[in-house]
Design a protein around this ligand. Structure first.
Ligand SMILES: [Zn+2]
Ligand SMILES: [Zn+2]
Length: 127
């Protein structure tokens, strides 16, 4: 499954999801694939649902900002993954499938950091 969090082409270099998000750096560099939701079962589910991103070494596994060393950055990706999942699969329940819920009420408030990209209620099905 292709990533639903970040468009990238496997055959080429890509930008690092966190360099781009945190520093606005979208240069291509050496990156590795990271599954946003870890653990034996959930890693497979991350693959199945496309919850993965490309990260540079520094943001993946080496140094203080690496997601595997830094719980805040790990949690950031988990929240982003859940948001992407809920937008992409509105009929599925993230918490049922992954057994986790990373989003607090605060996270769900629209217009928190991205103006115009809040959550919109869909028209209920009337059929
Ligand atoms: Zn990076
Ligand atoms: Zn990883």
């Amino acid at each position: 499954m292709k990533s639903i969090m970040q468009p990238y082409d496997r055959s080429r270099g890509s930008s690092c999801y966190l360099c781009q998000k945190l520093n606005g750096d979208c240069w291509d560099k050496y990156t590795e694939e990271h599954h946003a939701i870890g653990g034996t079962a959930n890693r497979k589910l991350s693959e199945k649902y496309g919850l993965k991103v490309r990260l540079c070494i520094y943001h993946h596994r080496e140094g203080p900002e690496a997601v595997h060393n830094n719980i805040n950055n790990m949690r950031l990706l988990q929240k982003e993954a859940q948001i992407a999942f809920e937008q992409h699969y509105p009929d599925l329940s993230f918490s049922d499938i992954f057994g986790m819920n990373y989003l607090t009420e605060e996270d769900r408030k629209p217009h928190k950091d991205k103006i115009g990209q809040g959550f919109f209620l869909m028209e209920g099905d009337k059929s």
